[in-house]
Design a protein around this ligand. Structure first.
Ligand code: HEC
Ligand code: HEC
Ligand code: HEC
Ligand code: HEC
Ligand code: HEC
Ligand code: HEC
Ligand code: HEC
Ligand code: HEC
Ligand code: HEC
Ligand code: HEC
Ligand code: HEC
Length: 402
């Protein structure tokens, strides 16, 4: 006789002992006695027996649950009874239901009810149950859900339903952070909702949980300040489309598929900043740095090299990189010969703006006048020359050598 047969027979022998009997549940939190555990394991550890009482093999396999699995999960101190009260009788009474996870985890439950996954929408979608994300018996601890295998497995569960919303290859967060660290695990909201963790006004906190330094700047710099003055409005009004609104983290960085800040994003900057600062972009494009950038140079200055990225202030603010006290140093990062005279150069000089850039304005006018003058004089000169040549040719005696 093999092992399976022995266990099957043993179960049959033991069965009458359980029939109609109460398998006494231990007090909540107390260590169960071996006898209590053996009660469930006797049948739920015996595939052959379960198969006899199940419609098919997969169902029987699902009903195989061991205490070892529970001990290896977040519920290491729980027993079968903790969640399955009422299953202490055999045959299991008709209609016995297990405890909902939420009966012990009230906070998570409240958040879940508040979010999209716990609220079936009007279209009649089913709620996403706790166990669909956490599994019933292999629940990972919070700590392990934040890095490594368990975190990636959980992300896989999210992508299983949100097939087109995974993080693309090359995203700096891919496989490094959980989807839930940006979207919230339970109070997950539609991304264009004011309460969403990724909504514009919440990003400083959400992203800032991991990027503290950047978030600190985001709270104080000219963009951060302007953002704080916004009333809680939906995402749409803060999108790039509206050039008047201040940027949030994702306006500058993008969301899914954001580029690494030091990578290609550098070259996209002029487009991103320029979307809201059109005039500054135009004048930058006309400048030496702008022209060189357009030709593909990555060594020349782009917006953030002179203005900073998370500590941007107006020209008059002493903290600003472009404050007159700081310019020598700011330009000096790339121009070792930077002196007070050198920084007189105006990176945004506008030759049409007489009030702010009189030197450039008049130089431009003068150069243009000179250019127009020179070309006019020489143009007239050439035209007259052609007329004269033509006349000379016509008047010249025909035939015979001169
Ligand atoms: C004598 C064998 C036996 C014992 C002992 C036993 N079970 Fe079961 N259990 C079964 C079988 C067979 C099924 C599947 C069919 C059914 O529900 O009758 C089942 C089903 C279940 C289900 C699933 C019910 C459903 O709705 O699908 C749970 C939960 C369960 N048992 C928990 C327990 C717990 C907890 C214990 C220990 C307190 C336990 N069982 C003890 C044989 C047993
Ligand atoms: C009977 C109460 C009870 C039920 C029901 C219950 N849990 Fe727990 N859960 C606990 C306790 C207590 C802990 C702390 C670990 C321990 O002592 O076992 C815990 C830990 C956890 C953790 C890890 C928390 C951390 O900080 O690491 C998660 C996740 C979790 N439970 C999810 C669930 C899910 C999902 C369900 C439903 C399938 C569920 N729980 C059902 C009591 C319960
Ligand atoms: C933390 C709570 C928790 C603990 C501890 C727990 N279960 Fe479960 N169990 C659940 C939940 C929730 C479900 C329902 C899962 C679902 O619907 O997908 C479940 C489902 C089951 C099922 C039905 C499986 C199926 O798919 O039909 C069986 C059988 C079962 N549990 C037995 C046990 C046994 C035996 C133990 C102890 C070794 C145990 N469970 C410990 C929460 C728990
Ligand atoms: C959409 C998937 C999903 C659903 C549905 C879900 N959770 Fe979670 N849960 C997570 C993730 C991901 C984490 C890890 C959160 C983190 O990294 O901060 C988590 C963390 C937890 C924790 C530990 C942290 C805490 O908040 O205490 C508990 C307990 C928990 N969940 C219980 C539940 C319960 C109970 C339900 C059902 C009412 C549920 N979860 C539904 C994904 C989910
Ligand atoms: C670094 C933070 C971050 C991480 C990590 C992240 N997201 Fe997002 N996600 C966002 C932001 C911000 C938006 C808003 C979209 C926009 O503004 O274009 C968004 C949008 C979404 C949307 C709604 C729009 C759509 O694409 O349908 C879903 C669904 C989504 N994310 C799922 C996921 C999943 C699944 C993962 C994990 C694989 C994940 N997210 C990881 C920040 C993040
Ligand atoms: C069982 C399927 C399922 C799982 C697993 C799941 N979701 Fe969802 N999710 C949904 C459904 C259904 C909706 C609501 C449909 C909608 O609003 O488009 C939704 C909505 C969302 C939204 C709002 C989408 C929007 O358009 O703004 C985000 C963000 C989201 N889920 C993130 C997650 C994350 C993160 C995880 C993993 C921790 C996850 N989901 C796991 C089914 C799932
Ligand atoms: C006005 C546009 C803008 C906003 C708003 C912005 N960033 Fe940045 N961020 C940048 C630029 C430009 C860089 C590249 C800076 C560099 O190379 O010095 C950068 C770099 C980064 C880096 C990489 C830093 C490093 O040292 O490698 C992180 C992380 C980051 N930002 C996160 C954030 C977070 C979080 C927020 C919101 C609190 C945010 N950013 C808001 C423009 C912005
Ligand atoms: C759970 C923590 C976490 C959250 C939340 C988070 N990030 Fe990150 N972020 C990381 C990690 C980890 C990296 C990868 C760093 C590395 O590769 O060295 C990263 C990388 C980045 C980078 C690229 C940095 C570089 O050096 O190129 C940017 C930009 C960034 N995050 C912005 C954001 C923004 C914007 C948000 C909010 C929408 C956000 N992050 C939310 C942890 C987080
Ligand atoms: C070589 C350094 C440098 C570069 C590159 C640069 N700036 Fe400036 N920026 C300055 C200085 C210096 C001032 C203050 C003097 C002035 O207004 O001409 C200034 C002023 C500004 C102002 C405030 C004045 C105004 O026009 O409203 C904005 C906004 C601005 N820059 C945005 C940008 C943007 C956007 C880019 C990239 C397309 C950029 N800057 C590139 C140095 C630079
Ligand atoms: C979504 C639009 C938006 C984007 C993108 C944006 N800004 Fe701004 N910026 C603003 C707003 C709004 C203000 C605040 C204007 C005010 O308070 O007068 C501002 C203020 C400034 C100022 C101070 C101007 C002054 O006169 O005080 C500078 C410098 C600046 N931004 C540079 C940048 C740079 C560099 C980038 C790219 C890294 C950038 N901005 C991206 C909208 C934007
Ligand atoms: C990120 C590096 C960087 C920063 C910061 C920077 N530049 Fe430049 N700049 C360059 C490079 C590279 C060139 C082209 C090579 C060269 O000729 O030196 C250049 C060229 C110039 C030129 C024309 C050629 C020359 O060398 O005279 C002027 C003028 C100039 N920069 C002024 C400034 C001023 C003023 C500042 C500060 C407001 C500044 N730059 C900040 C990198 C930078």
């Amino acid at each position: 006789m093999n092992g399976h047969a022995v266990r099957y027979l043993w179960t049959l022998v033991m069965l009458p002992l359980f029939w109609g009997q109460a398998v006494r549940p231990p007090a909540l939190g107390a260590q169960p006695s071996e006898g209590d555990l053996a009660g469930c394991a006797l049948c739920h550890g015996n595939l052959e027996f379960l198969r006899q009482h199940s419609p098919d093999l997969p169902t029987a396999q699902r009903r195989m649950v061991s205490m070892e699995e529970i001990r290896a999960s977040a519920h290491l101190n729980s027993t079968c009874f903790s969640c399955h009260r009422g299953f202490d009788r055999w045959p299991h009474p008709e209609g016995t239901v297990s405890l909902h996870c939420g009966s012990c985890h009230e906070e998570a439950d409240a958040g879940w009810h508040d979010g999209v996954h716990g609220t079936p929408d009007q279209m009649g979608a089913e709620p996403v149950e706790c166990a669909q994300c956490h599994t019933a018996h292999h629940t990972a601890t919070l700590e392990s859900l934040r890095e490594g295998t368990a975190m990636r497995a959980m992300n896989g569960v999210c992508v299983g339903c949100h097939e087109t919303s995974g993080l693309p290859q090359g995203d700096p967060h891919r496989d490094k952070v959980g989807c839930a660290s940006c979207h919230g695990p339970h109070e997950t909201h539609d991304v264009d909702e004011v309460h969403a963790a990724v909504a514009p006004l919440n990003q400083v906190d959400t992203c800032g949980a991991c990027h503290e330094e950047e978030a600190e700047w985001g709270r104080s710099d000219v963009h951060g300040q302007a953002l704080r003055q916004q009333r809680p409005v939906g995402l749409a009004t803060l999108e790039l489309l509206d050039g008047q609104a201040p940027p949030t983290c994702t306006t500058c960085h993008g969301a899914h598929g954001m580029s690494t800040a030091r990578g290609p994003a550098r070259m996209e900057q002029t487009t991103v900043c320029g979307h809201c600062h059109e005039h500054a972009l135009e004048t930058f494009d006309d400048s030496y740095h702008g022209q060189a950038s357009a030709l593909g140079s990555v060594a020349v200055a782009t917006c953030s090299d002179c203005h900073g990225s998370h500590a941007i202030y107006g020209e008059d603010d002493p903290r600003s990189m472009i404050h007159e006290e700081n310019l020598v140093e700011s330009c000096g990062a790339c121009h070792p010969s930077s002196r007070a005279a050198f920084v007189q150069y105006q990176p945004h000089a506008d030759h049409n703006d007489r009030e702010n850039y009189p030197v450039v304005y008049w130089s431009y006018r003068l150069m243009t006048a000179l250019l127009v003058g020179v070309f006019s004089v020489f143009g007239l000169h050439s035209a007259l020359w052609i007329v004269r040549l033509t006349l000379d040719t016509l008047r010249a005696p025909k035939g015979g050598a001169a």
